[in-house]
Design a protein around this ligand. Structure first.
Ligand SMILES: [Zn+2]
Length: 247
């Protein structure tokens, strides 16, 4: 979930236009894949991390089970964690700041990590970043500092992964993330705004791995933000084997 002040929402309203005026049409693309054919399924509770390798050709689906949940996500080249999802390279490559069907996720070393092959939400954020204890304190109140945040979930997931695999993944590897299901429109003057969610219960985004990738998710635990109705909820993850994919 984004890490900036929601005060901008009023700012754009005062200037007499809505961020929706400048937004492209969303593309809704359903998937032909069936849940019962998935080789792997997991439910990720609100505030929990999820770390997993997705092999080349496999398809991963993230399902917003109850609606308007933010799924903060990082991707890495599974063979080299220094080569990871780059928001800047992805935005430049597709000449658009929103992710949806057809978006190709590009790494810092210009590798094509994954492609979004289905999306029933229609828009995902590349710019807002992740919430942290520090940003909660600045944005909301000093006594919010001990509250759990995405930054902590990322660190927990990274350290658990390092412990399990012996491969180094830590705080220094936590760079700009995607916020799946999060709606952060940019106005004509370049302001970032919070807007009502465009997701809903059961909506999903599906990505095909173009190479072996490591996915690191923080299922946002934010309790201070109206974007998720102050109610973080679980998501589910499904993965289909390469031979089953029909995209
Ligand atoms: Zn968050």
């Amino acid at each position: 979930m984004p890490d900036f002040s929601p005060a901008n929402k009023g700012h754009t309203k005062d200037r007499g236009f809505s961020p929706w005026d400048t937004m492209p049409e969303t593309i809704i693309q359903t998937s032909p894949l069936l849940a019962e054919d998935a080789a792997f399924t997991a439910t990720v509770g609100a505030g929990d991390p999820f770390v997993h390798v997705i092999r080349k050709g496999e398809v991963v689906r993230i399902v917003d089970l109850e609606g308007n949940q933010a799924v903060d996500t990082l991707f890495y080249n599974a063979d080299n964690y220094a080569d990871r999802y780059s928001a800047q390279d992805t935005i430049r490559h597709q000449k658009n700041i929103y992710l949806t069907t057809g978006s190709e996720l590009i790494s810092t070393e210009r590798h094509h990590l994954l492609t979004i092959v289905a999306d029933t939400c229609g828009r995902h954020d590349t710019l807002g970043g992740a919430c942290s204890a520090e940003s909660n304190m600045v944005r909301y109140a000093i006594d919010k500092r001990p509250m759990h945040a995405c930054r902590q979930a990322f660190i927990k997931g990274a350290l658990q992964w390092s412990e399990q695999t012996g491969r180094q993944l830590d705080k220094r590897d936590l760079t700009a993330n995607i916020n799946f299901f999060m709606n952060v429109p940019v106005t004509t003057d370049g302001s970032l705004t919070f807007a009502d969610g465009v997701s809903g219960a059961g909506k999903y985004v599906e990505l095909r791995a173009e190479m072996d990738v490591l996915v690191v998710i923080s299922n946002c635990p934010q309790l201070n933000n109206p974007c998720n109705a102050y109610n973080p909820t679980p998501v589910s993850i499904l993965i289909w084997n390469a031979e089953l994919r029909i995209h």
